[in-house]
Design a protein around this ligand. Structure first.
Ligand code: ADP
Length: 483
Protein backbone atom coordinates (compact mmCIF):
# COMPACT_ATOMS: atom_id res chain seq x y z
CA UNK A 1 0.00 0.00 0.00
CA UNK A 2 1.37 3.40 -0.94
CA UNK A 3 1.26 6.02 1.79
CA UNK A 4 1.79 9.76 1.76
CA UNK A 5 2.86 12.39 4.30
CA UNK A 6 0.20 14.93 5.32
CA UNK A 7 1.84 17.59 3.17
CA UNK A 8 4.21 17.38 0.22
CA UNK A 9 6.56 20.09 -0.97
CA UNK A 10 5.58 19.76 -4.59
CA UNK A 11 7.27 22.71 -6.24
CA UNK A 12 10.48 21.63 -7.93
CA UNK A 13 12.44 24.67 -9.03
CA UNK A 14 16.11 24.81 -9.94
CA UNK A 15 16.65 21.31 -8.59
CA UNK A 16 15.09 21.99 -5.16
CA UNK A 17 11.81 20.80 -3.67
CA UNK A 18 9.97 23.63 -1.97
CA UNK A 19 6.65 24.90 -0.59
CA UNK A 20 4.69 27.88 -1.92
CA UNK A 21 5.93 31.22 -0.57
CA UNK A 22 2.40 31.90 0.67
CA UNK A 23 2.40 28.61 2.61
CA UNK A 24 -0.84 27.68 0.81
CA UNK A 25 -1.63 24.05 0.03
CA UNK A 26 -4.15 22.19 -2.11
CA UNK A 27 -5.79 18.90 -1.06
CA UNK A 28 -5.64 15.82 -3.28
CA UNK A 29 -8.54 13.36 -3.01
CA UNK A 30 -9.05 9.74 -3.88
CA UNK A 31 -12.08 9.97 -6.23
CA UNK A 32 -13.26 6.47 -5.29
CA UNK A 33 -13.40 6.97 -1.53
CA UNK A 34 -13.31 10.77 -1.26
CA UNK A 35 -10.59 10.45 1.37
CA UNK A 36 -7.95 13.16 1.40
CA UNK A 37 -4.67 11.59 0.28
CA UNK A 38 -2.36 14.51 1.05
CA UNK A 39 -1.88 18.22 0.41
CA UNK A 40 0.47 19.67 -2.18
CA UNK A 41 1.93 23.15 -2.48
CA UNK A 42 -0.30 25.79 -4.06
CA UNK A 43 2.07 27.89 -6.13
CA UNK A 44 1.26 30.95 -8.20
CA UNK A 45 2.96 33.79 -10.02
CA UNK A 46 6.05 34.04 -7.84
CA UNK A 47 6.90 30.34 -8.15
CA UNK A 48 6.18 30.26 -11.87
CA UNK A 49 8.50 33.22 -12.49
CA UNK A 50 11.26 31.41 -10.58
CA UNK A 51 10.62 28.19 -12.51
CA UNK A 52 10.85 30.02 -15.85
CA UNK A 53 14.07 31.72 -14.77
CA UNK A 54 15.52 28.39 -13.70
CA UNK A 55 14.55 26.75 -17.01
CA UNK A 56 16.02 29.70 -18.95
CA UNK A 57 19.27 29.49 -17.02
CA UNK A 58 19.59 25.74 -17.59
CA UNK A 59 18.83 25.94 -21.31
CA UNK A 60 22.33 26.76 -22.53
CA UNK A 61 23.97 23.79 -20.85
CA UNK A 62 21.21 21.30 -21.66
CA UNK A 63 20.86 22.32 -25.30
CA UNK A 64 24.64 22.22 -25.78
CA UNK A 65 24.88 18.59 -24.72
CA UNK A 66 24.93 16.01 -27.47
CA UNK A 67 21.77 14.10 -28.28
CA UNK A 68 23.55 10.97 -27.07
CA UNK A 69 24.21 12.52 -23.66
CA UNK A 70 20.59 13.60 -23.28
CA UNK A 71 19.48 10.18 -24.49
CA UNK A 72 21.34 8.45 -21.67
CA UNK A 73 19.45 10.43 -19.02
CA UNK A 74 16.11 9.76 -20.72
CA UNK A 75 16.97 6.08 -20.96
CA UNK A 76 17.85 5.95 -17.27
CA UNK A 77 14.52 7.61 -16.43
CA UNK A 78 12.78 4.97 -18.58
CA UNK A 79 14.51 2.20 -16.65
CA UNK A 80 13.60 3.73 -13.30
CA UNK A 81 9.98 4.00 -14.37
CA UNK A 82 9.83 0.37 -15.45
CA UNK A 83 11.50 -0.81 -12.23
CA UNK A 84 8.97 1.11 -10.15
CA UNK A 85 5.92 0.45 -12.36
CA UNK A 86 3.69 -1.28 -9.80
CA UNK A 87 4.07 1.45 -7.18
CA UNK A 88 3.56 4.20 -9.76
CA UNK A 89 0.40 2.48 -11.00
CA UNK A 90 -0.98 2.31 -7.50
CA UNK A 91 -0.32 6.01 -6.95
CA UNK A 92 -2.06 6.75 -10.24
CA UNK A 93 -5.15 4.75 -9.29
CA UNK A 94 -5.22 6.35 -5.85
CA UNK A 95 -5.40 9.89 -7.18
CA UNK A 96 -7.21 9.27 -10.47
CA UNK A 97 -9.52 6.29 -9.87
CA UNK A 98 -8.95 4.17 -12.98
CA UNK A 99 -8.73 0.38 -12.50
CA UNK A 100 -5.26 -0.80 -11.51
CA UNK A 101 -4.91 -2.83 -14.72
CA UNK A 102 -5.44 0.36 -16.74
CA UNK A 103 -3.05 2.28 -14.51
CA UNK A 104 -0.38 -0.37 -15.08
CA UNK A 105 -0.99 -0.07 -18.81
CA UNK A 106 -0.61 3.70 -18.56
CA UNK A 107 2.72 3.44 -16.73
CA UNK A 108 4.04 1.10 -19.46
CA UNK A 109 2.84 3.57 -22.06
CA UNK A 110 4.34 6.54 -20.17
CA UNK A 111 7.69 4.75 -19.96
CA UNK A 112 7.55 3.86 -23.66
CA UNK A 113 7.59 7.57 -24.56
CA UNK A 114 10.79 8.00 -22.56
CA UNK A 115 12.37 5.03 -24.34
CA UNK A 116 11.24 6.22 -27.76
CA UNK A 117 12.54 9.76 -27.26
CA UNK A 118 15.75 8.48 -25.67
CA UNK A 119 16.24 6.83 -29.06
CA UNK A 120 15.09 9.84 -31.09
CA UNK A 121 17.42 12.21 -29.17
CA UNK A 122 20.37 10.99 -31.22
CA UNK A 123 18.51 11.13 -34.54
CA UNK A 124 17.59 14.76 -34.92
CA UNK A 125 18.82 15.25 -38.48
CA UNK A 126 19.28 18.46 -40.37
CA UNK A 127 19.40 18.99 -44.13
CA UNK A 128 21.88 19.85 -46.83
CA UNK A 129 20.20 21.73 -49.66
CA UNK A 130 21.91 21.70 -53.08
CA UNK A 131 22.39 25.35 -53.92
CA UNK A 132 21.49 26.91 -57.28
CA UNK A 133 24.61 29.10 -56.99
CA UNK A 134 28.23 27.89 -57.13
CA UNK A 135 29.33 30.30 -54.42
CA UNK A 136 26.79 29.29 -51.80
CA UNK A 137 26.19 26.40 -49.44
CA UNK A 138 22.77 25.97 -47.82
CA UNK A 139 22.03 24.00 -44.71
CA UNK A 140 19.22 23.50 -42.21
CA UNK A 141 20.10 22.91 -38.56
CA UNK A 142 17.53 21.59 -36.06
CA UNK A 143 17.68 23.52 -32.79
CA UNK A 144 15.58 23.30 -29.62
CA UNK A 145 12.89 26.01 -29.35
CA UNK A 146 13.89 27.00 -25.79
CA UNK A 147 11.86 26.98 -22.60
CA UNK A 148 8.72 24.86 -22.90
CA UNK A 149 5.63 25.13 -20.70
CA UNK A 150 3.75 21.83 -20.44
CA UNK A 151 0.19 21.88 -19.11
CA UNK A 152 -1.31 18.44 -18.58
CA UNK A 153 -4.70 16.91 -17.68
CA UNK A 154 -5.86 14.44 -15.03
CA UNK A 155 -7.20 11.67 -17.29
CA UNK A 156 -3.73 10.28 -18.07
CA UNK A 157 -1.67 11.78 -15.24
CA UNK A 158 1.52 9.98 -16.22
CA UNK A 159 1.61 9.37 -19.97
CA UNK A 160 0.45 12.88 -20.91
CA UNK A 161 3.53 14.18 -19.09
CA UNK A 162 6.13 11.86 -20.60
CA UNK A 163 4.60 12.29 -24.07
CA UNK A 164 5.44 16.00 -23.82
CA UNK A 165 8.48 16.09 -21.57
CA UNK A 166 10.20 13.14 -23.30
CA UNK A 167 10.49 14.80 -26.73
CA UNK A 168 11.07 18.27 -25.22
CA UNK A 169 14.08 17.08 -23.24
CA UNK A 170 15.32 14.92 -26.11
CA UNK A 171 15.31 17.96 -28.41
CA UNK A 172 17.31 20.00 -25.88
CA UNK A 173 14.49 22.14 -24.45
CA UNK A 174 14.04 22.86 -20.75
CA UNK A 175 10.61 22.51 -19.17
CA UNK A 176 8.17 24.05 -16.71
CA UNK A 177 5.42 21.52 -16.02
CA UNK A 178 2.01 22.39 -14.62
CA UNK A 179 0.05 19.19 -13.99
CA UNK A 180 -3.69 18.97 -13.29
CA UNK A 181 -4.61 19.83 -9.68
CA UNK A 182 -6.52 16.54 -9.39
CA UNK A 183 -3.43 14.42 -10.09
CA UNK A 184 -0.18 16.07 -8.99
CA UNK A 185 1.25 12.94 -7.33
CA UNK A 186 2.09 11.12 -10.57
CA UNK A 187 3.80 14.30 -11.78
CA UNK A 188 5.90 14.51 -8.62
CA UNK A 189 7.00 10.89 -9.12
CA UNK A 190 8.07 11.56 -12.70
CA UNK A 191 10.13 14.57 -11.65
CA UNK A 192 11.77 12.50 -8.89
CA UNK A 193 12.64 9.85 -11.46
CA UNK A 194 14.43 12.39 -13.63
CA UNK A 195 16.20 13.77 -10.57
CA UNK A 196 17.46 10.26 -9.82
CA UNK A 197 18.40 9.75 -13.45
CA UNK A 198 20.86 12.66 -13.18
CA UNK A 199 19.03 15.44 -15.01
CA UNK A 200 20.90 18.73 -14.41
CA UNK A 201 19.27 21.27 -12.08
CA UNK A 202 16.76 23.62 -13.66
CA UNK A 203 16.12 21.52 -16.77
CA UNK A 204 12.77 20.18 -15.55
CA UNK A 205 10.70 22.30 -13.15
CA UNK A 206 7.35 21.51 -11.58
CA UNK A 207 4.77 24.08 -10.51
CA UNK A 208 1.53 22.97 -8.86
CA UNK A 209 -1.14 25.43 -7.78
CA UNK A 210 -3.34 28.15 -9.18
CA UNK A 211 -4.00 27.17 -12.82
CA UNK A 212 -5.12 30.64 -13.91
CA UNK A 213 -2.23 32.47 -12.29
CA UNK A 214 0.38 29.96 -13.44
CA UNK A 215 -1.10 30.00 -16.95
CA UNK A 216 -1.15 33.80 -17.08
CA UNK A 217 2.47 33.98 -15.91
CA UNK A 218 3.61 31.43 -18.50
CA UNK A 219 1.73 33.28 -21.24
CA UNK A 220 3.04 36.68 -20.17
CA UNK A 221 6.70 35.68 -20.18
CA UNK A 222 8.44 36.00 -23.50
CA UNK A 223 11.16 33.50 -22.62
CA UNK A 224 8.58 30.70 -22.68
CA UNK A 225 8.79 29.82 -26.38
CA UNK A 226 6.29 27.01 -26.64
CA UNK A 227 3.18 25.88 -24.83
CA UNK A 228 2.30 22.23 -25.10
CA UNK A 229 -1.16 21.54 -23.72
CA UNK A 230 -3.58 18.65 -23.39
CA UNK A 231 -7.02 19.48 -22.08
CA UNK A 232 -10.32 21.08 -22.97
CA UNK A 233 -10.91 22.93 -26.23
CA UNK A 234 -12.05 25.94 -24.22
CA UNK A 235 -8.73 26.31 -22.35
CA UNK A 236 -6.85 25.43 -25.56
CA UNK A 237 -8.50 28.34 -27.37
CA UNK A 238 -7.63 30.66 -24.51
CA UNK A 239 -3.97 29.59 -24.61
CA UNK A 240 -3.95 30.05 -28.38
CA UNK A 241 -5.40 33.56 -28.16
CA UNK A 242 -3.06 34.64 -25.40
CA UNK A 243 0.02 33.09 -27.02
CA UNK A 244 -0.25 35.74 -29.70
CA UNK A 245 1.16 38.27 -27.23
CA UNK A 246 4.67 36.92 -27.74
CA UNK A 247 3.93 34.72 -30.77
CA UNK A 248 4.66 31.51 -28.90
CA UNK A 249 4.65 28.18 -30.63
CA UNK A 250 1.79 25.90 -29.66
CA UNK A 251 1.07 22.23 -29.54
CA UNK A 252 -2.53 21.49 -28.55
CA UNK A 253 -4.27 18.19 -27.89
CA UNK A 254 -7.88 19.14 -27.25
CA UNK A 255 -11.27 17.49 -27.06
CA UNK A 256 -12.72 14.91 -29.40
CA UNK A 257 -16.05 13.43 -30.41
CA UNK A 258 -15.04 10.11 -31.87
CA UNK A 259 -17.45 8.15 -34.05
CA UNK A 260 -17.34 4.38 -34.41
CA UNK A 261 -18.76 3.07 -37.69
CA UNK A 262 -19.84 -0.57 -37.65
CA UNK A 263 -20.43 -1.74 -41.23
CA UNK A 264 -22.48 -4.78 -42.18
CA UNK A 265 -19.32 -6.58 -43.27
CA UNK A 266 -17.69 -6.16 -39.82
CA UNK A 267 -16.68 -8.88 -37.43
CA UNK A 268 -19.53 -8.02 -35.06
CA UNK A 269 -18.06 -9.82 -32.07
CA UNK A 270 -14.82 -7.85 -32.40
CA UNK A 271 -16.72 -4.62 -33.06
CA UNK A 272 -18.81 -5.04 -29.89
CA UNK A 273 -15.78 -6.00 -27.79
CA UNK A 274 -13.67 -3.07 -28.96
CA UNK A 275 -16.49 -0.51 -28.93
CA UNK A 276 -16.82 -1.32 -25.28
CA UNK A 277 -13.08 -1.01 -24.71
CA UNK A 278 -13.07 2.37 -26.44
CA UNK A 279 -16.10 3.79 -24.66
CA UNK A 280 -15.63 2.60 -21.12
CA UNK A 281 -11.85 2.78 -20.72
CA UNK A 282 -11.10 5.26 -17.94
CA UNK A 283 -14.90 5.51 -17.38
CA UNK A 284 -15.23 7.26 -20.74
CA UNK A 285 -12.81 9.99 -19.71
CA UNK A 286 -10.41 9.89 -22.65
CA UNK A 287 -10.29 12.35 -25.51
CA UNK A 288 -10.21 9.56 -28.10
CA UNK A 289 -12.97 7.44 -26.61
CA UNK A 290 -16.09 6.73 -28.66
CA UNK A 291 -18.80 9.36 -28.31
CA UNK A 292 -21.10 8.20 -31.11
CA UNK A 293 -21.72 4.69 -32.34
CA UNK A 294 -23.15 4.28 -35.88
CA UNK A 295 -24.28 0.80 -36.89
CA UNK A 296 -25.41 -0.23 -40.37
CA UNK A 297 -29.14 -0.96 -40.31
CA UNK A 298 -28.90 -4.57 -41.49
CA UNK A 299 -26.71 -5.62 -38.52
CA UNK A 300 -28.10 -3.28 -35.88
CA UNK A 301 -30.04 -5.93 -33.98
CA UNK A 302 -27.27 -8.52 -33.93
CA UNK A 303 -24.68 -5.93 -32.93
CA UNK A 304 -26.78 -4.32 -30.18
CA UNK A 305 -27.46 -7.71 -28.65
CA UNK A 306 -23.75 -8.46 -28.40
CA UNK A 307 -22.97 -4.97 -27.13
CA UNK A 308 -25.60 -5.02 -24.40
CA UNK A 309 -24.57 -8.46 -23.23
CA UNK A 310 -21.00 -7.24 -22.79
CA UNK A 311 -21.97 -3.93 -21.17
CA UNK A 312 -24.06 -5.78 -18.59
CA UNK A 313 -21.01 -7.84 -17.62
CA UNK A 314 -18.89 -4.77 -16.73
CA UNK A 315 -18.13 -4.27 -13.06
CA UNK A 316 -18.10 -0.74 -11.69
CA UNK A 317 -16.12 -0.30 -8.49
CA UNK A 318 -12.93 0.61 -6.66
CA UNK A 319 -9.99 0.66 -9.06
CA UNK A 320 -7.83 -1.20 -6.57
CA UNK A 321 -10.03 -4.29 -6.72
CA UNK A 322 -8.76 -6.84 -9.24
CA UNK A 323 -12.04 -7.41 -11.09
CA UNK A 324 -13.04 -3.75 -11.52
CA UNK A 325 -13.64 -2.68 -15.14
CA UNK A 326 -14.85 0.88 -14.55
CA UNK A 327 -13.70 3.19 -11.76
CA UNK A 328 -15.24 6.45 -10.57
CA UNK A 329 -15.49 9.73 -12.45
CA UNK A 330 -12.86 12.24 -11.42
CA UNK A 331 -15.06 14.73 -9.51
CA UNK A 332 -18.50 16.17 -8.85
CA UNK A 333 -18.33 18.44 -11.88
CA UNK A 334 -17.66 15.44 -14.15
CA UNK A 335 -20.60 13.59 -12.64
CA UNK A 336 -22.87 16.59 -13.12
CA UNK A 337 -21.92 16.83 -16.78
CA UNK A 338 -22.68 13.15 -17.40
CA UNK A 339 -26.00 13.47 -15.57
CA UNK A 340 -26.98 16.57 -17.51
CA UNK A 341 -26.14 14.88 -20.83
CA UNK A 342 -28.35 11.94 -19.93
CA UNK A 343 -31.20 14.13 -18.77
CA UNK A 344 -31.03 16.22 -21.93
CA UNK A 345 -31.02 13.13 -24.18
CA UNK A 346 -33.96 11.51 -22.36
CA UNK A 347 -35.96 14.75 -22.44
CA UNK A 348 -35.48 14.81 -26.23
CA UNK A 349 -36.69 11.26 -26.68
CA UNK A 350 -33.67 8.99 -26.15
CA UNK A 351 -34.31 5.49 -24.88
CA UNK A 352 -32.05 4.14 -22.13
CA UNK A 353 -31.21 0.56 -23.16
CA UNK A 354 -28.98 0.02 -20.13
CA UNK A 355 -27.67 2.00 -17.15
CA UNK A 356 -28.60 5.63 -16.86
CA UNK A 357 -27.69 6.61 -13.33
CA UNK A 358 -25.21 6.73 -10.48
CA UNK A 359 -24.34 3.44 -8.87
CA UNK A 360 -23.78 2.72 -5.20
CA UNK A 361 -20.53 0.81 -4.78
CA UNK A 362 -20.51 1.21 -1.02
CA UNK A 363 -17.96 4.01 -1.40
CA UNK A 364 -18.29 7.79 -1.40
CA UNK A 365 -16.93 8.36 -4.94
CA UNK A 366 -18.51 9.38 -8.22
CA UNK A 367 -19.55 6.06 -9.74
CA UNK A 368 -21.80 6.00 -12.79
CA UNK A 369 -23.31 3.03 -14.62
CA UNK A 370 -22.13 2.19 -18.12
CA UNK A 371 -25.02 3.50 -20.19
CA UNK A 372 -26.32 2.71 -23.67
CA UNK A 373 -28.81 5.03 -25.41
CA UNK A 374 -30.97 4.45 -28.50
CA UNK A 375 -33.33 6.75 -30.46
CA UNK A 376 -30.85 9.57 -30.33
CA UNK A 377 -30.80 12.58 -32.66
CA UNK A 378 -28.29 15.32 -33.54
CA UNK A 379 -29.97 17.89 -31.28
CA UNK A 380 -28.97 16.05 -28.13
CA UNK A 381 -25.88 17.29 -26.28
CA UNK A 382 -24.37 13.78 -26.23
CA UNK A 383 -24.22 14.01 -30.00
CA UNK A 384 -22.13 17.17 -30.26
CA UNK A 385 -20.52 17.85 -26.85
CA UNK A 386 -17.85 15.69 -25.30
CA UNK A 387 -19.57 13.73 -22.50
CA UNK A 388 -16.35 12.52 -20.87
CA UNK A 389 -18.27 9.78 -19.14
CA UNK A 390 -19.64 6.26 -19.68
CA UNK A 391 -22.59 7.02 -21.99
CA UNK A 392 -22.75 5.70 -25.54
CA UNK A 393 -25.48 6.77 -27.97
CA UNK A 394 -26.18 4.14 -30.66
CA UNK A 395 -27.81 4.97 -33.99
CA UNK A 396 -28.14 3.39 -37.41
CA UNK A 397 -27.19 4.34 -40.96
CA UNK A 398 -28.09 2.96 -44.39
CA UNK A 399 -25.16 3.67 -46.71
CA UNK A 400 -21.41 4.21 -46.54
CA UNK A 401 -21.79 7.80 -47.77
CA UNK A 402 -24.31 8.57 -45.05
CA UNK A 403 -22.03 7.06 -42.38
CA UNK A 404 -19.08 9.20 -43.48
CA UNK A 405 -21.17 12.35 -43.65
CA UNK A 406 -22.60 11.87 -40.18
CA UNK A 407 -19.25 10.87 -38.70
CA UNK A 408 -17.70 14.08 -40.05
CA UNK A 409 -20.56 16.27 -38.85
CA UNK A 410 -18.73 17.67 -35.82
CA UNK A 411 -16.33 20.49 -34.99
CA UNK A 412 -13.91 17.96 -33.57
CA UNK A 413 -11.39 15.89 -35.51
CA UNK A 414 -9.30 13.79 -33.17
CA UNK A 415 -9.99 10.04 -33.42
CA UNK A 416 -12.46 7.98 -35.45
CA UNK A 417 -12.96 4.25 -35.81
CA UNK A 418 -14.49 1.78 -38.22
CA UNK A 419 -15.17 -1.91 -38.27
CA UNK A 420 -15.18 -3.72 -41.59
CA UNK A 421 -13.59 -6.84 -43.05
CA UNK A 422 -13.69 -5.28 -46.53
CA UNK A 423 -10.30 -3.84 -47.47
CA UNK A 424 -11.70 -1.69 -50.26
CA UNK A 425 -14.18 -0.11 -47.92
CA UNK A 426 -11.50 0.41 -45.28
CA UNK A 427 -9.42 2.46 -47.72
CA UNK A 428 -12.37 4.40 -49.10
CA UNK A 429 -13.64 5.39 -45.68
CA UNK A 430 -10.31 6.09 -43.93
CA UNK A 431 -9.41 8.59 -46.62
CA UNK A 432 -12.70 10.47 -46.22
CA UNK A 433 -12.86 10.65 -42.44
CA UNK A 434 -11.88 14.17 -41.33
CA UNK A 435 -9.86 13.09 -38.32
CA UNK A 436 -6.23 13.11 -37.28
CA UNK A 437 -6.45 9.44 -36.27
CA UNK A 438 -8.40 6.56 -37.81
CA UNK A 439 -8.61 3.14 -36.18
CA UNK A 440 -9.59 0.33 -38.55
CA UNK A 441 -10.68 -2.68 -36.48
CA UNK A 442 -8.67 -1.05 -33.70
CA UNK A 443 -9.62 1.35 -30.92
CA UNK A 444 -6.30 1.77 -29.12
CA UNK A 445 -4.23 3.71 -31.65
CA UNK A 446 -2.06 5.69 -29.20
CA UNK A 447 1.50 4.39 -29.13
CA UNK A 448 4.92 6.00 -28.73
CA UNK A 449 6.07 5.31 -32.28
CA UNK A 450 3.09 6.92 -34.07
CA UNK A 451 1.93 10.55 -34.47
CA UNK A 452 -1.09 11.31 -32.28
CA UNK A 453 -3.03 14.51 -32.82
CA UNK A 454 -6.23 16.08 -34.00
CA UNK A 455 -7.44 18.39 -36.73
CA UNK A 456 -10.26 21.00 -36.74
CA UNK A 457 -11.03 22.07 -33.15
CA UNK A 458 -9.25 19.04 -31.69
CA UNK A 459 -5.86 20.64 -31.85
CA UNK A 460 -2.60 21.46 -33.53
CA UNK A 461 0.53 19.35 -33.77
CA UNK A 462 1.54 15.75 -33.18
CA UNK A 463 2.74 13.84 -30.16
CA UNK A 464 4.61 10.58 -30.53
CA UNK A 465 6.59 9.15 -33.40
CA UNK A 466 9.54 10.86 -35.05
CA UNK A 467 7.02 13.65 -35.77
CA UNK A 468 6.56 14.45 -32.06
CA UNK A 469 10.07 15.75 -31.47
CA UNK A 470 9.73 18.27 -34.31
CA UNK A 471 7.20 20.26 -32.29
CA UNK A 472 10.13 21.19 -30.03
CA UNK A 473 12.57 22.06 -32.77
CA UNK A 474 13.19 25.13 -34.91
CA UNK A 475 14.74 24.53 -38.29
CA UNK A 476 17.44 27.16 -38.65
CA UNK A 477 18.37 27.88 -42.23
CA UNK A 478 21.97 28.85 -42.88
CA UNK A 479 23.05 30.34 -46.21
CA UNK A 480 26.82 30.44 -46.51
CA UNK A 481 28.82 32.28 -49.09
CA UNK A 482 32.14 30.59 -49.91
CA UNK A 483 35.19 31.67 -51.86
P1 ADP B 1 -10.68 19.58 -17.58
O1 ADP B 1 -11.95 20.38 -17.64
O2 ADP B 1 -10.79 18.25 -18.17
O3 ADP B 1 -10.00 19.58 -16.25
P2 ADP B 1 -8.96 21.67 -18.48
O4 ADP B 1 -8.69 22.10 -19.88
O5 ADP B 1 -9.70 22.61 -17.60
O6 ADP B 1 -9.69 20.29 -18.60
O7 ADP B 1 -7.62 21.27 -17.74
C1 ADP B 1 -6.45 20.77 -18.36
C2 ADP B 1 -5.25 21.43 -17.73
O8 ADP B 1 -5.30 22.83 -17.99
C3 ADP B 1 -5.16 21.29 -16.21
O9 ADP B 1 -3.79 21.18 -15.83
C4 ADP B 1 -5.74 22.60 -15.74
O10 ADP B 1 -5.33 22.97 -14.44
C5 ADP B 1 -5.17 23.54 -16.77
N1 ADP B 1 -5.86 24.83 -16.89
C6 ADP B 1 -7.17 25.10 -16.73
N2 ADP B 1 -7.41 26.42 -16.89
C7 ADP B 1 -6.21 26.99 -17.18
C8 ADP B 1 -5.77 28.34 -17.46
N3 ADP B 1 -6.63 29.36 -17.49
N4 ADP B 1 -4.46 28.55 -17.69
C9 ADP B 1 -3.59 27.53 -17.69
N5 ADP B 1 -3.92 26.26 -17.43
C10 ADP B 1 -5.23 25.99 -17.19
Amino acid sequence: MVSFPKKIKSLYIDGKWQSAASGKTDPVYNPATMEKITEVSFGGKQETVKAIQSASKAFLQWSSMTGRERSQILYRAYQLMMEDADRLAEILTTEQGKPLKEAKGEIQSAASFLLWYAEEASRLYGEWIPSSKQEKRLLVIPQPVGVVAAITPWNFPSSMITRKVGPALAAGCTVVLKPAPETPLSAIEIVKMFEKAGLPEGVFNLVTGDAKEIGETLLGDKSVRLITFTGSTEVGKYLMRESSRHVKKLSLELGGHAPILVFEDADLELAAELSLASKFRNAGQTCICANRLFVQESVQEAFSEKLLEKVKALKVGYGKEEDTDIGPLINQQALEKVESHLKDAVSRGAEVLYGGGVIDCGLQGYFYQPTVLANVNPDMRVMYEETFGPIIPVQTFKTEEEAIERANDTDYGLASYMFTENLNRAYRVMEKLEYGIVGVNDVLPATAEAPFGGIKQSGIGKEGGHHGIHEFVEMKYVSMGIK
